[in-house]
Design a protein around this ligand. Structure first.
Ligand code: SF4
Ligand code: SF4
Length: 328
């Protein structure tokens, strides 16, 4: 079966843009932390609020607190804004966050392409094992939802948000990577190896965030739809699907595994035969790219203008907490 992946250029462009932004955020955040660790430092570097996009557990707790108490988190407001934005995108535009925006998804895709160059191909797990492993991410999601959404009262969630641990959860995350233990290095090495061998390994089997977005994406009005009248059954769409969906056999793809990557649409040789569409609108790669970018940057701009982006933690508090990060 033909397996030459044609990813839409628009998607590659959006992925590179977000990967670039992530690198800039990472560099700025390291400079921010270092400025608080260096006693000789005079000017404190500003903190990039976008780093809170990497704190989904804190965002889930903040969502619980917001829903119960009505107080929008001001410790990591950007984290909650991004969490709501990503859930909103998934409700409307399928799991496009995973394949268009998420830097881990981009890295995972890059590793699979590299693995193909090294080993000549990616490997697929047997279907029975694939089914079992795919359920892992839903188990992890269930664990987080149960302990945070159900097991935590609104007051407990609000109290957690004010703890020093949560305040510098981002600094602790950086600490984890800076001072990685042998176990941490081994786990990451294993994940990289599996990502080289098996396409989408992390996203497909382990990411609870992707599991949540997949469940929400079932309600998206947009679905991959195949015109059975014009389809020539060449099976290229099935061959290029990173999520092993049998596109050529279905009229409509309802699966929560579909990330809206549009590889299948791009690879279909017959015009207007395979499309991502709702009852009234077709989402071409250009439209998908524009929609994601406009929605993303508009929401961030609104959050900034309404004072729901920058943390309320004052520099004096960071001066105390950052040097103590290892103690929490
Ligand atoms: S069905 Fe198409 S859009 Fe969905 S994941 Fe597979 S290739 Fe991507
Ligand atoms: S939808 Fe397009 S790519 Fe898929 S089998 Fe039909 S003609 Fe081939």
């Amino acid at each position: 079966m033909l397996r030459k992946i044609k990813a839409p250029l628009e998607r590659r462009g959006v992925q590179l843009l977000f990967a670039f932004i992530t690198v800039l955020i990472g560099i700025q955040f390291i400079r921010f932390v270092n400025s608080y660790l260096d006693p000789g430092s005079v000017a404190m570097i500003s903190r990039p609020a976008g780093v809170e996009g990497f704190l989904p557990i804190s965002a889930l707790v903040a969502l619980t607190a917001w829903l119960v108490t009505g107080v929008f988190d001001q410790i990591h407001p950007a984290g909650l804004v991004l969490f709501l934005l990503i859930m909103g995108i998934s409700l409307v535009l399928k799991r496009s966050f995973c394949s268009w925006v998420c830097p881990i998804g981009t890295l995972s895709e890059g590793l699979a392409l590299l693995g193909k160059k090294i080993f000549g191909r990616n490997f697929s797990l047997p279907l029975w094992l694939d089914y079992i492993l795919r359920s892992l991410k839903y188990v992890l999601l269930g664990f987080f939802v149960f302990f945070i959404f159900i097991g935590m009262s609104g007051a407990a969630a609000y109290a957690f948000l004010q703890t020093p641990y949560n305040m510098i959860a981002d600094v602790k995350m950086l600490d984890f990577f800076k001072n990685m233990s042998a176990v941490g290095v081994s786990v990451i090495a294993i994940l990289v190896l599996f990502s080289l061998l098996v396409e989408n390994f992390w996203c497909r089997y382990l990411c609870p965030y992707g599991a949540l977005l997949g469940l929400l994406s079932i309600f998206s009005p947009f679905k991959i739809s195949r015109n059975t009248e014009t389809c020539i059954s060449c099976e290229r769409c099935t061959a290029v699907c990173p999520n092993r969906l049998k596109v050529a056999k279905k009229k409509t793809i309802w699966s929560p595994e579909c990330t809206g990557c549009l590889n299948c649409v791009k690879s279909c040789p017959v015009d207007k035969t395979l499309e991502l569409k709702s009852t009234s609108l077709i989402l071409t790669p250009q439209r998908a790219a524009l929609s994601i970018l406009i929605v993303w940057f508009s929401v961030v701009a609104i959050a900034k203008l309404t004072g729901n982006w920058e943390t309320s933690i004052p520099p004096e508090m960071y001066k105390v907490l950052i040097p103590m990060a290892g103690q929490f």
